[in-house]
Write a protein that binds this ligand. Structure first.
Ligand SMILES: [Zn+2]
Length: 360
């Protein structure tokens, strides 16, 4: 018989009052409150319906470690090829690595996450391992692989791109222009994404990380207003990771991101630092912005978690709650008043309609 969730809908068209009837995880009816066709015959709950969230940036391979990370600068921990995390990855055999990634993906699925954009180290075999871990979890893995050989060899890059959705490199601090150029060109030729971390440990100049033009930038924690304006000009999407930054004493100024109009997603970053929970990430971003007296509108964060990634992935229909649409919206048992605020601060543990079976 399904279920009716009545209260609010928040999607690419913004927040509004309404009801949604679900049947077997699919949306079969959407309308104004009190106008549904079932005349009280099916179960009805109060809640908010949204598109499924997408994790905008992960390193799920790091899930092999669940200890407190060392209190050292972030670049010492994650610097390729011999930082703390790379030694951990190298020491861990494939099977436990795959199991760790799989359990992280299952956790994401339980929260309703439909896809994750992962920067997967370890070359082509690293990408294949994540694909294997993701099979059957219901979470689509959008994998940014990383070639191992320097100087770049065309053969390795082509083999990598045959299985990956793109290439994600460490940053312009570690990779010279020629390497970035070669990789970005290869991605362009293959119709795949090129992404990199930028301005994470200190400010970098936009002319460095924007040339060649990336599809995705990660962090921009130290970006100035002018830097963000250049990013908007270049039409690049940015994934920010507030909890990961906070662990190392930093905070992206999301009020400024919102003000400048940066296309923003949220990511949970290294799985050795945090559970890959988008609900926590969004709430943390909201609260720490208030804490810093630089409040960010909850609607901006909801858009970053639930809407913007679908536009980035070229699936705008997935950002919409509509009857018969291709997406698989989820619902939270939450008050309908001020729905973006509820989603930003109260969504934890209130999932009532789980993702349907269709994959993005
Ligand atoms: Zn990262």
């Amino acid at each position: 018989m399904g279920i009716i969730v009545e209260g609010a809908i928040v999607d690419v068209d913004g927040p509004r009052r309404g009801y949604v009837r679900f049947h077997r995880g699919q949306v079969v009816e959407v309308g104004a409150p009190g106008t549904d066709s079932t005349r009280g015959r099916i179960r009805r709950v109060r809640g908010i319906v949204v598109p499924p969230p997408v994790n905008g940036h992960t390193h799920l391979g790091d899930a092999v470690s669940d200890r407190e990370p060392p209190h050292r600068p972030i670049d010492e921990i994650v610097r390729p090829p011999d930082g703390y995390k790379f030694r951990l990855l190298a020491e861990t055999p494939a099977a436990p690595k795959r199991r760790a990634m799989r359990s992280a993906l299952r956790r994401m699925q339980r929260e309703g996450v439909a896809a994750t954009l992962d920067f997967r180290e370890e070359g082509r075999s690293g990408v294949e391992l994540l694909r294997a871990a993701g099979a059957g979890t219901g979470v689509r893995t959008v994998v940014f692989g990383r070639p191992l050989e320097r100087p770049i060899r065309r053969k390795e890059v082509d083999r990598l791109l045959a299985v990956a959705d793109g290439i994600g490199i460490s940053s312009a601090l570690e990779e010279p222009f020629e390497v970035r150029r070669a990789l970005a060109d290869a991605c362009r030729r293959a119709g795949k994404y090129y992404g990199l971390h930028a301005s994470e440990v200190r400010r970098e100049l936009p002319e460095t990380y924007l040339a060649p033009r990336p599809d995705l930038l990660v962090h921009l924690t130290f970006a100035t207003r002018g830097d963000l304006e250049a990013v908007v000009q270049s039409k690049t999407t940015v994934a920010v990771c507030p909890r990961s930054n906070a662990l190392f004493g930093r905070r992206p100024d999301l009020a400024m991101f919102a003000d400048v109009g940066v296309r923003t997603m949220l990511g949970t970053d290294n799985a050795m630092f945090h559970a890959p929970s988008m609900l926590r990430e969004i709430e943390f971003a909201y609260v720490t912005a208030r804490l810093a007296r630089r409040p960010v509108p909850p609607g901006f964060l909801v858009r970053a978690g639930y809407i913007e990634p679908w536009l980035f992935l070229g699936k705008p229909q997935w950002a919409r709650v509509e009857a018969g649409g291709p997406g698989r919206p989820i619902a939270f048992r939450l008050p309908a008043e001020d729905p973006e605020y509820q989603l930003a601060t109260r969504a934890t543990e209130h999932l009532i309609v789980r993702p349907g079976p269709r994959g993005p």
